[in-house]
Design a protein around this ligand. Structure first.
Ligand code: FAD
Length: 478
């Protein structure tokens, strides 16, 4: 029988599941497989060929939009590849499966004085997902992105190769940051960061406007280890950009400090000793509207001015890094339509003006972001890097029955400002980017380089996602 007449393999419907990104703003049906071993991944690619289907990779599902979903695709959920193969307590090198999470990393290393070099605002992401997006943390200005701390990694390529890539390998900087479209990261060897205490000294600075926010970042840049600012997007005129800046500093303690023990790190599951955090999302949901959020942002700004302003305090590394993880199900406060997070990265010289204009645009349209967070970054050499020598602003927008089209339009208009300023977007957070803005931001040469790597590693274009289709990275042959 000729190949043309061979029957296509059928994937059982029992594998079908509805999957969403973290923001629950986009969803898709896919056929889910959860490999445990490289041989399972190999089988899945064989199955995809026989079924004439494409594959989408998924880690912990913490990307907000459609990077981890693929309509009618085989979904390879890599969370079960979570074995830690070795951990050297002297050097801090950890060798593990790509399904290992940031939480596993800190719980493994902390008692011996090792902390993951870069962490996101949640400890749930897997190493594979985190490297596919090349995540950054509140130390991005000093430590760069996670990819900069990888010693080596194994990548299963759809062409059948298994490659060990190091920072010296030409494909290293393409696989990291390419949103899981060039190969499956299966093993990662990472350099952890030495710490002697599980506490950070945290300095809060209340800022009256954009000028004070930017000044706080620049003044603390040389000495701080972490920096982040919350912005009240309801502030207008002289008070536009008001909010609360935090700088975090490592502290020194004698060996075997009790602060390094996980018990010191884990946060209580109640507020004030009696109020269960598990119900907090229900309250948030009740108040999750424009009027209440305006009040809440104002109250936070005022309390920031009155309480602790300029006075450092100690906070656990986990409390400082992953506070939201201790409010279970907080995203349910955005039900039933979900939310988007819009994060853009703008070079230092234009950031003040671009962020000012973005927030003004939101105010004019009465579509203010309910939560806005600003960070300082540095540039790096990864292919689709979001890192620029400048600032990022992450904006959460609640979706309602009526505002979806207006929010998408707002995002497109803000994209125009970012592109004009030579800025970047972050695929891990994105739900709205159009291919033309994506190409303008990363440049045509980066896209051409991506397709050269694609032709080498995935010549049959087996790896895809709904994000790839939306931003033009799914075109066979480029
Ligand atoms: C509350 C919250 C806070 C966050 N804070 C930050 C932050 O501070 N900084 C930051 O940078 N990000 C942040 N993020 C985003 C998050 O770190 C990234 O989206 C990360 O990629 C999620 O990893 P994941 O394992 O959930 O991967 P998924 O979201 O499931 O997948 C992400 C991408 O990785 C690909 N992929 C998954 N596994 C593999 C693999 N083994 N090999 C190759 N490709 C793979 C997928 O195809 C997809 O394109 C935050 C997210 C949330 C929900």
């Amino acid at each position: 029988m000729s190949e043309d007449h061979q029957e296509k393999r059928v994937i059982p419907n029992s594998r079908m599941a509805r999957l969403e990104g973290f923001g629950r703003n986009l969803g898709a049906d896919g056929y889910v497989f959860r490999p445990y071993h490289i041989s399972d991944i190999k089988d899945a690619f064989q199955m995809a060929r026989e079924a004439g289907m494409q594959i989408t990779l998924r880690g912990a599902g913490r990307s907000y939009g459609d990077a981890n979903i693929g309509s009618e695709c085989i979904i390879l959920d890599l969370c079960r590849m979570n074995q830690i193969y070795s951990f050297n307590r002297k050097t801090g090198e950890i060798d593990c499966g790509a399904g290992v999470t940031i939480e596993q990393l800190w719980r493994t290393g902390m008692e011996d004085g090792w902390w993951p070099p870069v962490v996101s605002g949640t400890m749930a992401p897997t190493l594979g997902g985190a490297l596919a997006m090349n995540i950054h943390g509140k130390n991005a200005f000093a430590a760069g992105t996670l990819g900069e701390h990888v010693i080596e990694m194994d990548v299963f390529c759809p062409n059948g190769d298994i490659r060990t890539l190091t920072p010296a390998s030409p494909l290293f900087s393409a696989v990291i940051s390419s949103a899981g479209l060039l190969g499956v990261i299966t093993r990662v060897k990472l350099q952890m960061k030495r710490i002697s205490s599980g506490d950070l000294r945290v300095l809060p600075i209340s800022c009256k406007n954009w000028e004070e926010q930017f000044a706080a970042f620049e003044e603390n840049r040389e000495s701080a280890d972490y920096m982040v600012a919350w912005i009240d997007t309801f502030g207008r005129g002289e008070q536009a950009g008001r909010g609360l800046f935090h700088a975090g500093f490592y502290t020194q303690e004698p060996p075997h400090s009790p602060t390094l023990h996980p018990d010191h790190q884990d946060l209580p599951d109640t507020i004030l000793g009696f109020f269960p955090k598990s119900v907090v999302w229900r309250f948030l949901k009740k108040f999750n509207n424009r009027f209440c959020m305006r009040m809440l942002n104002w109250a936070k700004h005022v309390s920031g001015r009155l309480l602790g302003n300029g006075r450092p305090h100690l906070q656990s590394m986990v409390g400082f890094s992953f506070l939201l993880d201790y409010v279970p199900n907080w995203r349910r406060a955005y039900e039933p339509y979900g939310f988007i997070q819009y994060q853009s990265f703008v070079p230092e010289e234009f950031a003040r003006e671009v962020f000012r204009q973005m927030v003004e645009m939101q105010q004019v349209r009465k579509l203010e972001s309910f939560l806005a967070v600003m960070k300082r970054h540095r540039s790096d050499g990864f292919l689709f890097s979001h890192g620029v020598d400048g600032y990022s602003l992450a904006l959460d927008f609640k979706l309602t029955k009526k505002n979806r089209a207006a929010i998408w339009q707002l995002a497109h208009d803000m994209n125009g400002l970012v592109v004009k300023a030579g800025g970047r977007f972050y695929l891990a957070k994105d739900s709205t980017l159009r291919s033309e803005d994506f190409v303008l931001s990363v440049g045509k040469e980066a896209v051409a380089q991506f397709f050269r790597a694609k032709r080498e590693l995935d010549p049959d274009n087996l790896l895809t996602s709904n994000l790839a289709k939306r931003i033009g990275l799914d075109a066979p042959g480029g």
